[in-house]
Structures are given as C-alpha cells and as structure tokens.
Design a protein around this ligand. Structure first.
Ligand SMILES: Nc1ncnc2c1ncn2[C@@H]1O[C@H](COP(=O)(O)OP(=O)(O)OP(=O)(O)O)[C@@H](O)[C@H]1O
Length: 319
C-alpha cells in the first residue's frame, strides 16, 4: 500500500518557565517519533493522558510547528513548505477535535460553521456553497433545515456530526480524529464511530485516530502506535498489538481494557502514575512503573526495534 504520511525524528518541545527569571524547562511532548501511515488505514494513537497523543496529531498537520524532524505528506516535506503553498495541504489534512461543545463557534449558524473553509479554499458561488453544505450535512445524517440553527440547539452527537461535516466539506484525504467520541454518551459513540467507518470507505479517507479507549481501537484501527511520555513504545498492525503485544506497557494497557462503549479512560495501570513529562525518568522512560525492569533499564534507553515485519517495540526484553 502507498504511504500517505511519513514522519521522521519528529520532536515537539514546549518551553515552560516557573517565573520570568527562572531557567526554561522543556516538556518533550513528542520526542523523536518516526512512523508511516498507509493510504486508507486507520492509524490509532493510544496512551495515557499526557503521553503526547494530541500534540502529535496537531503537529503532523502543522496546526502547531514541530521543534524538529520531517513530515512527508504524499512525498513532500511540509515542514519546509512556504506558507502560501501550504494552503492546499491544509485543505487535504483536517482535524476533528474531542469536544463538540467547545469546537463549534456558539454564535454562528451551522451553515457558516460548515461553509467557512469553502470560502477560503474554493472560489465557489454562494448557491454552489449552499448545495455543497446541504449535501455534506445529509451525508453525516443531518438535514437542510439544520443549516439555520446554532450549535447549542443540538445534542453532543449531532454537534460532532457538524464538526465532521465541517472537516469533510473540503474533501480532505487525511483526518486527525482527536478523541472524537469520548465526550459523547455510549449509545451515541457507537453511531458516530459507524459513521466515521462508513465515510472512510466511501471517500477512501485515511485516519489518525487518537484515543484513550483501547476497546475503540480494537473496533476501529488497522494499525496502532502506543505512546508513553512522548515516545513510541510499540507499533504495528492491530493484530501485532492485540494478539502479539510485546511491550510491558502495552500489555498493562490491554489488561486495563474496558468493554466496548463504556468510554472509560485509561487512568491507572499497575504501579502508580505517569511521571512528570518535564522530568522524565532516565534510561527506559517506563522503568519506574514496569514490573519487569532491571538495573540496566534505569540507565540504558532501549531502541525501537523491529521484532517482526512492521512490528516495533522499545524494550530491552522485547522478543
Ligand atoms: N501548549 C503547551 N504548553 C506546554 N505544555 C504543553 C502544551 N501542550 C501540551 N503540553 C504538555 O505536553 C504533554 C503532552 O500533552 P498532550 O495533550 O499531547 O498529551 P495527550 O496524550 O494527548 O493527553 P490528553 O489525552 O490528556 O490530552 C503534557 O505534559 C502536556 O502538559
């Protein structure tokens, strides 16, 4: 399969200062991450809160600038593209955010929310824009009359459908879905996930699907990357991760899996909380919580090695 997005050595560090006079500290939210996303796949990014998933999703589509590294979209390094040439890539790569209550402008009509990007990206007449908005709303299960209402008049699930319509109206190829259903009721979640699957098949879309919920990953993903403190711990096909997990962190996450649709977040896996990302542990970043850690893990950082074709693991004991 063709590669749509290739990321090489991607880093995103955030500078934080306790006061104006103190020295800066860096949160390495994404720390030297490399992977490929094949066209048409659903590439799930999982990990606990603070592992860098959202930062990764926002950085690969350049909503935030990377600190360093390459992002090759359809073969072009978009980190090196001038602003005016980037507009076309912006159209091709869209994002649907977690919270449908805050991501839609409260004082704009649905038609203006969904149609906003059309004015920027396409030179269309207003009657053409109207038809396009109507079509896209129907596609996500909404009706023409909804165009003239405000976001607060809709339920969470309907709002997320509007957010999906806003992303799709630009005919993108790649969608970053950042926890798209975690703010929704269980029954609504399943319907939105089914819609996302259907849209992917209809339009040949590629998804980066960010979630805490491994049951959702099992239901949706074709490929999975497991992140911890800004690093990839394990990566492979869905089968590699769910049937042949190699990393102790992945195994612990799988043990904490909720049944599908409960929406429960991964909060506590064995042995305590995630360390402070501004001061990560030495050696293997997971060693402080790992049941298999030995002395070497405290000092030597394991490399991400390919344990079988396409299946990568970062642990001294990965088989
Ligand atoms: N703008 C920012 N400034 C400083 N630190 C940030 C910023 N954005 C994110 N971070 C930090 O980067 C780390 C990774 O955050 P990120 O939101 O990407 O993780 P996440 O895995 O998506 O977690 P969650 O699921 O809770 O959103 C966290 O320690 C977070 O506090």
């Amino acid at each position: 399969m063709a590669v749509l997005l290739k990321v090489e050595g991607l880093k995103k560090y955030f500078e934080i200062r306790k006061s104006m006079f103190s020295r800066p500290i860096y949160v390495k939210a994404v720390n030297d991450v490399s992977f490929e996303i094949q066209k048409g796949s659903i590439f799930a990014v999982v990990g606990e809160s603070g592992s860098g998933k959202s930062t990764l999703g926002r950085t690969v589509i350049k909503l935030i600038e990377p600190t360093s590294g390459k992002i090759l979209y359809d073969g072009r390094d978009i980190t090196q593209i001038e602003k005016k040439d980037f507009l076309e890539f912006r159209r091709r790569m869209q994002i649907v955010q977690q919270d449908p209550y805050n991501s839609l402008h409260p004082r704009k009509l649905v038609k203006d929310i969904v149609g906003e990007g059309l004015k920027i990206h396409f030179k269309m007449r207003s009657d053409e824009i109207y038809v396009r908005i109507k079509e896209i709303l129907e596609l996500v299960g909404m009706r023409e009359e909804h165009m003239f209402r405000y976001p607060h008049e809709f339920s969470g699930g309907q709002r997320q459908r509007i957010a999906i319509a806003r992303a799709l109206v630009l005919r993108p190829e790649f969608l970053v879905l950042d926890e798209p259903t975690s703010a929704l009721d269980v029954s609504v979640q399943a319907r939105v996930l089914a819609l996302l699957k259907e849209l992917r098949e209809k339009f040949g879309l590629t998804y980066m699907f960010i979630t805490h919920n491994l049951a959702v990953v099992d239901h949706m993903a074709t490929h999975v990357v497991v992140m911890y403190l800004g690093k990839i711990m394990e990566m492979g096909s869905k089968q590699d991760i769910f049937e042949r997990a190699s990393h102790p962190y992945t195994k612990a996450l799988l043990d904490s899996i909720p049944s599908f649709g409960t929406g429960r977040r991964i909060r506590s896996i064995p042995r305590g909380e995630i360390p402070n990302p501004a001061n990560p542990p030495s050696g293997c970043v997971f060693h402080t919580r790992c049941t298999q850690a030995v002395e070497m893990c405290k000092v030597e950082e394991p490399k991400l090695v390919e344990v079988s074709p396409g299946h990568f693991c970062r642990c001294h004991f990965c088989a």
